[in-house]
Each structure stands twice: as structure tokens, then as C-alpha cells.
Design a protein around this ligand. Structure first.
Ligand code: SF4
Ligand code: MSK
Length: 645
């Protein structure tokens, strides 16, 4: 990939060029230096689960076909995959646990900077968790709910309450019949590690059964708890405008980037950065104010609740520093490149870690504690103002920034689409049943230097909306879509006629930003709500929908993909899962799983071909449901691009 083809985003390209000119290394350079990447790793057939190894299987059949213990390619690839899922589920779920802990502290009066902000949602979620509301006050309910949520992580008996109460009954039955109903969150992750220790589970299908159960404990458990309890603590999002891309940085203001995933500190940073004393302090330091902007999913969390601008997605974290305009970057957990540490040393940028789980050698650590949140946030902002004094003269901020709308949720889609008199999913279901809307797709996930930055995201979304497929988005895909102008109601102009009509009638964009990575759980609950409304089958696998991650890279993305598949969703990803070294496992994931569980994976690196795989799947589901023909003539798939890969 040449410098010019590393991204489709002109702001990013400008900074990539700037980095190259200054001899600064970025992820793309390190990716090039890493070539050729290890074929055994790509195929998933190397194992170092014990010290008799490492072992590797010869994919050409000429060398070893088993590790020293006798594990074959199927076992090794399956074990490696479930370990990725366990790590991804652990990351999401630990996030959920921390939010539950913060809610508990707040409700007990020990987290003075936090309080229940959404009492309607508190009551709804508490009821789902089986808590009697009686005459209890908000804090009593919140204590009981947070304790019930925390029990979901480590309980030893029964199954996950949230999976049973949020998922459609027909789906719960599929899980029970398949023996994959998640029991508790930590338990499934621990068991995934136990099963993959040397000499335990060697049957790849049995390993995949548990991989599904582990991922379900993430999607319908840990992630769902993170989303629901964040809404209670920080307020359920409402549609809100924000700006996206590196152009949100401001030359004359103290620029602070919040990066990572957890909203607990960033929520307080937003409030504190707007305090008069803090703004005055910045002005006393010759700045024109404080400009807080987000990066990755911490960015998504605060943009959807406060309209805070977002500077970029995963592959832009280094590029933001290269502008020379970031005075301080404060990070929490996940998707934070270790490279930031040495990169920030080349600039005046102060990098601060805040989580005891995420420290970086040589980087200042200001440990976050919920009971002193505002005090810690003020300390961080003072450091940013001090760092502004060290800013060099040479800064380069790209002009590009795009306005967008975010903040859609399971609850407010219900209100927005329901019309003036009644909140309901009926109009959405009817639009699908009548053929105005072909179906819906969740397009989510990261960036990956193996794929031109943002190209996969934007190309796929455009193809889907052109074909009357409503898109819901989260994570770094949502930020890519925002930068490309796809999160504006005006994007209706590039949609098929049916989707355009709906967007214009309701005033929504054709791509609905529903939040951060953990908020993929919102997509699950939207699907459950659509089914509950009626007319589109009984199970998620009946719905004319599909999922995709066109530029995925993280283990969390694998867990997300697996919980969508295990929930009955056809899910297409660009870079294949590292399983191709096992023909049997690949066939199981991409074909056979569908018969057992109703969903399956597909691997397709061309985002247009991938979009047509999704469209064809959606059309198949429409036929099975005997829905009416599409109302408008559809754009034809580019010739030769509909074939299955
Ligand atoms: Fe090799 Fe088996 Fe040990 Fe893996 S578990 S490293 S395949 S001996
Ligand atoms: S931040 S997991 S790169 S979406 Fe959630 Fe983006 Fe992927 Fe991280």
C-alpha cells in the first residue's frame, strides 16, 4: 500500500504525509515492516499452549499434521479462536462490571460525582432483573440492580438473567436446545481458558459450542449490562449533533483527547472542562478555552450523550498527535496503541493513563477513583493547560470536519419511528413488510491497516443504503460514517427510494449511530423489539437482517461477531478469522453452523461483494417470510459481484 492509498479520508492522508515527511512511524509503517506476516498465525495453526511446543501444522500436508501432544489443525484453530473470544468477552464484560460497581457506589452515596440520571430506565432495567419496585426510592432500586448485575458475573447456579429476559423466547429455546445458554459471565470465560489448556477439549465443534456460549455471555450479559447501566448513570442518549474528524481540533484552545472505552472518567471530564474556573485557568494561560474531543469508543460514549466532537477512529489516534495540537491525551482501556508512548515524546503532547489495568512504561499515571472523580478530572485538565504552554509553533490541523447525528437507542428509535401519538416499532416493521425497506444491517467494528482506512466501512454502507437497507452502526465504523457525511439526514439523497422516503418523512439519517463497542448490545435489543412488535417471524434468524465488520481487528470484534452469529445473524467480516488452516472448522463456521443455530459467518474482503452477500441473505429471509415484493426497483448489483466467496 502506498502512502496515498492508506486511507480514503483526506484529513488522515494529510497527516500520514506529514508523519512521513517528519520521519515519524505510524501503524501503516509498522505493518509494512512486519511483512510477510506469519502464515501459520494467519491460518490459526500454531499453538503455544504448553512448553512442549510451540507447535505448528503444515498447511500443505507435507510436514507435521499434529502438535507434540497430538492436537491437530482443527483443535488448534478452534482453541485459538475461542481464546480470542474469551479475551474479547472479558474486555467488554470487565467494562460492564466497572459500570455496575460505579452505579453501586453512586447509589450508596460513595461516588459523589455520580448519580442516577435516568430514572425511567432504572425502573425498566430493574424490572427486567426481577427487582420489585414497591415504594423504594431511586437509590434503593439502584443498589439492588447493581448488586443483581454484579451477581451475573460470578453466580454458580442457573443461567444468565439478562439473556433470558432480553432475548426473544424463540432464541432462548434455540440456545437451551443447543446447550449453550450462558450461565454466568466470568464462568464462561474461565471455562474457555480451562477447555483450551493442554489435554482438555479437542473436539472443534464442542469448543465452538462453548465459544458461542462465551460470546453470548458478552453480548446478552457483560456488554448489555455496560450499556443499560451506563444509560442509567449517564442518561440514555437522545439524537444529538456532533462534529467528526481531525478538523475538530482547535488551534487556539487547549486540546484534550479522551481515548479508550469507558465513560466513567470522561463523563466527569466533560463536565469539569466546562467549569468556569477551568476555562479561566486556560484563558490565563493564553488559550482561548478548552476543547475536549474524543477518540474511538470513549469518544462515542461522550458524543452520544453530550455532542462532544470526535477527532477520529482507531487508526487516527497517532495522526491526531502528529498534528502537534494535542496538549494532553488521557486514556482508559482498550484499543490504545502502545506506540503512543514514544510518539507523544516526539511532541509536547502529555499522555496520561488512568486505569490500574492499563499502564504504559514511562507514561505518567493518574489513577482514577470513582470517589474522587471530579478532583482527578480537574488535576488532568490542569496538566493539559500546563502542557499547552509547551506547544510548539508548528502545528498542522486538517480542515476536514463533518457534522453528524448520533444518540439513537433501542428506546428512542421506538419513539422516533412511532409517530406523534404512539411509541412503537410498528412503522419500522410495516416498512419492511410492505417492501419499502428491504431490511436492516448492523455494520460495526474497527480499522485495520490491512484494509484502506475507512474504505471498507464507507463503501459497504453506501451499497447497503442504495439498496434500501437501513444501517445501524457502532464503534469505529460509526466514526468513519460520520466523517463521510453518512450520519446526516441529507445522506438520504444517496439511498434507494424506499429508505429515502422513510428518512425524509421521519428526519433521520439512513445510518443510525447507536454507540460504542459495548452498545452492540443495543442492536440485539432492537432486534428483540422488532420481533416483539410482530409480523416478521419469531426468532432473530427469521429477520431480513445481516451484520458486518468490514475492517475488524480486535478480539472484541470476534466476540461480537460470534454473539451475533449465535443469536441467528448472518455476519460478514473482511479479514478472515484465523481458522483457514482447518478446513473442517472453516466449513463449520461458514456453512454448518446455520443449520444448528440459525446464523453463520462469511469472509469477504471486497466490501461491495460483502454488501451483496448481505443483500442476498436479506432477500432470502424476505422470501421465507413471504413478505411483499420490494416497492421500488432496486439498483442492480455490479456485474459479477454477487458471487459467494
Ligand atoms: Fe504443541 Fe499440544 Fe503444547 Fe499446543 S498444547 S504447544 S499443540 S504440545
Ligand atoms: S474502538 S474495538 S477499534 S471498533 Fe471500540 Fe474501534 Fe474496534 Fe476498538
Amino acid at each position: 500500500m502506498t502512502t496515498e492509498t492508506r486511507s480514503v479520508d483526506s484529513a488522515s492522508l494529510q497527516m500520514i504525509r506529514q508523519a512521513a515527511k517528519a520521519g515519524i512511524e505510524t501503524a501503516w509503517d509498522r505493518y509494512d515492516a512486519m511483512q510477510p506476516q506469519c502464515g501459520f498465525g494467519i491460518l490459526g495453526i500454531c499453538c503455544r499452549n504448553c512448553s512442549m511446543g510451540p507447535c505448528r501444522i503444515d498447511p500443505f500436508g507435507e510436514g507435521p499434521q499434529a502438535g507434540i501432544c497430538g492436537a491437530n489443525a482443527d483443535t488448534i484453530a478452534a482453541r485459538n479462536l475461542i481464546r480470542m473470544i474469551a479475551a474479547g468477552a472479558a474486555a467488554h464484560s470487565d467494562h460492564g462490571r466497572d459500570i455496575a460497581h460505579t452505579l453501586n457506589l453512586a447509589a450508596k452515596g460513595k461516588g459523589r460525582d455520580y448519580a442516577v440520571k435516568d430514572s425511567r430506565k432504572l425502573k425498566e432495567v430493574a424490572t427486567r432483573f426481577g427487582i420489585k419496585l414497591d415504594n423504594k426510592n431511586e437509590n434503593q432500586i439502584a443498589v439492588e440492580l447493581s448488586e443483581a448485575a454484579l451477581r451475573e458475573f460470578g453466580k454458580q447456579d442457573g443461567t444468565l438473567l439478562s439473556a433470558a429476559t432480553y432475548a426473544p423466547p424463540a432464541r432462548v429455546k434455540v440456545w437451551e436446545d443447543a446447550g449453550i445458554m450462558p450461565r454466568s459471565i466470568d464462568r464462561e470465560i474461565v471455562e474457555a481458558m480451562h477447555r483450551t489448556h493442554i489435554g482438555v477439549d479437542t473436539d472443534y465443534k464442542n469448543i465452538m459450542k462453548h465459544a458461542m456460549r462465551t460470546s453470548l455471555s458478552d453480548g446478552w450479559g457483560g456488554s448489555l449490562i455496560a450499556t443499560e447501566l451506563s444509560d442509567i448513570l449517564f442518561q440514555g442518549p437522545k439524537p444529538i449533533r456532533f462534529s467528526a474528524n481531525l478538523g475538530v481540533l482547535e488551534k487556539d484552545k487547549v486540546n484534550i483527547i479522551v481515548h479508550g472505552h469507558e465513560p466513567t472518567l470522561s463523563e466527569v471530564l466533560v463536565a469539569v472542562s466546562r467549569e468556569k474556573e477551568m476555562v479561566k485557568l486556560a484563558e490565563d494561560g493564553n488559550a482561548k478555552g478548552i476543547n475536549l474531543a474524543g477518540m474511538c469508543c470513549t469518544g462515542n460514549e461522550i458524543l452520544m450523550r453530550h455532542g462532544v466532537p470526535v477527532a477520529g477512529n482507531f487508526l487516527q489516534q497517532e495522526l491526531a498527535v502528529v498534528t502537534g495540537a494535542i496538549d494532553l491525551m488521557v486514556v482508559d482501556v482498550q484499543c490504545i496503541m502502545p506506540a503512543l508512548s514514544s510518539l507523544c515524546n516526539c511532541f509536547h503532547t502529555k499522555l496520561i493513563t488512568t486505569s490500574p489495568k492499563c499502564k504504559m512504561e514511562g507514561v505518567e499515571h493518574v489513577e482514577f477513583h470513582e470517589d474522587r472523580a471530579a478532583e482527578i478530572a480537574r488535576e488532568i485538565i490542569r496538566k493539559a493547560i500546563a502542557s499547552f504552554q509547551n506547544r510548539g509553533k508548528k502545528i498542522l490541523i486538517p480542515d476536514e470536519k463533518e457534522s453528524a447525528i448520533a444518540g439513537f437507542t433501542t428506546e428512542n428509535i421506538f419513539e422516533i419511528l412511532g409517530g406523534r401519538y404512539r411509541s412503537t416499532y410498528r412503522p419500522l416493521n410495516n416498512a419492511i413488510i410492505e417492501g419499502r425497506l428491504r431490511g436492516a444491517a448492523g455494520v460495526v467494528g474497527c480499522n485495520n491497516p490491512k484494509i484502506q482506512h475507512d474504505y471498507g466501512h464507507i463503501t459497504m454502507i453506501k451499497e447497503l443504503i442504495k439498496n434500501d437497507v437501513l444501517v445501524v452502526t457502532t464503534g469505529c465504523n460509526a466514526i468513519a460514517a460520520a466523517k463521510a457525511g453518512l450520519l446526516r439526514p441529507e445522506a438520504a439523497s444517496i439511498c434507494g427510494a424506499g429508505l429515502r422516503e422513510i428518512c425524509e418523512a421521519v428526519g433521520i439519517p439512513p445510518v443510525l449511530h447507536v454507540g460504542s463497542c459495548v452498545d452492540n448490545s443495543r442492536i440485539l435489543t432492537i432486534l428483540a423489539s422488532v420481533l416483539a412488535e410482530g409480523g416478521l417471524g419469531k426468532d432473530i434468524s427469521d429477520l431480513p437482517i445481516a451484520g458486518a465488520a468490514p475492517e475488524w481487528m480486535s478480539e472484541k470484534a470476534v466476540s461480537i461477531g460470534m454473539y451475533f452469529v449465535a443469536s441467528g445473524v448472518f455476519t460478514v467480516i473482511a479479514t478472515p478469522l484465523p481458522v483457514l488452516g482447518s478446513k473442517k472448522l472453516t466449513k463449520y463456521l461458514t456453512e454448518e453452523m446455520e443449520n444448528e443455530i440459525g446464523g453463520r459467518w462469511a469472509f469477504e474482503s471486497d466490501p461491495i461483494k460483502a454488501a451483496y452477500l448481505m443483500i442476498r441473505h436479506i432477500d432470502g429471509k424476505r422470501d421465507a417470510l413471504k413478505l411483499r415484493p420490494l416497492m421500488y426497483e432496486q439498483p442492480l448489483a455490479p456485474k459479477g459481484q454477487q458471487d459467494r466467496t
